[in-house]
Design a protein around this ligand. Structure first.
Ligand code: 5GP
Length: 209
């Protein structure tokens, strides 16, 4: 697989991963509401739409045939099978959006590894639950998944959690407000150290008398 991509790192790219039920989506939703300079990629998936979900807002829901076609046409910058369904990120959307804004991808560790190989400047953030029992309770209380799906998500959560060790940052979501503060701090820190910022500083230095 080619490592080349047209995604220039003018802006920051954040990869947010973590087991189901760790509160990733709520954390990301809070950031999006309060920060107009950051956008979230809407993934394509073959998973069935859940009750409250809206097509093209929560996911682009597609058939397996459509997904396979998109894989063949190299339309995904990354894709993976997660909990028995396929998920992928649009290459074109990312290439266009990252020129204007910072971007968050809420993707699993397989997708995050694929992106980090292609875009080494991306910042990976892993969200952990405070403990195993809390994760089980959160998944059961969500009432969005069948019992089989919850069991599969718990089995996968154990494996997924080891990926915290190779992420750039880890946030333990035991207190939502503190987790948000930590996420904001990571985003701020990445912006302050980004290559674009260094380019801006160089430009400024050139103009000094
Ligand atoms: P859910 O079915 O609960 O919405 O998501 C299940 C898992 O799929 C989550 O861990 C989520 O991060 C992951 N996921 C969602 N979109 C993508 C994507 O585009 N690529 C990859 N690799 N994983 C994704």
């Amino acid at each position: 697989m080619s490592n080349r991509t047209n995604v220039d790192s003018k802006k920051c790219l954040f990869l947010i991963s973590g087991a189901s039920g760790t509160g990733k989506t709520s954390l990301v939703g809070n950031i999006l509401k309060s920060d107009p300079n950051i956008d979230l990629s809407i993934s394509f998936t073959t998973r069935k739409q859940r009750g409250q979900e809206v097509n093209d807002r929560d996911y682009h829901f597609v058939s397996e045939e459509q997904f396979d076609m998109m894989v063949k046409e190299s339309e995904f910058i990354e894709w993976a099978e997660v909990h028995g369904n396929l998920y992928g990120t649009s290459r074109k959307w990312l290439e266009n959006t990252i020129r204007e804004k910072d971007v968050i991808l809420e993707i699993d560790h397989q997708g995050a590894s694929q992106i980090r190989e292609k875009i080494s400047e991306s910042v990976s953030i892993f969200i952990l639950p405070p403990c195993w029992r809390t994760l089980k309770e959160r998944l059961a209380n969500r009432a969005t998944d069948s019992n089989d799906s919850i069991d599969l998500r718990l089995v996968n959560a154990k494996k997924e959690m080891f990926w915290a060790l190779s992420s750039d940052y880890v946030i333990i979501n035991d207190d939502f407000d503190r987790a948000i503060e930590e996420l904001r701090a990571i985003i701020m820190s990445a912006r302050l150290t980004s290559r674009q910022r260094r380019r801006d500083i160089l430009e400024m230095l050139k103009d000094l008398p």
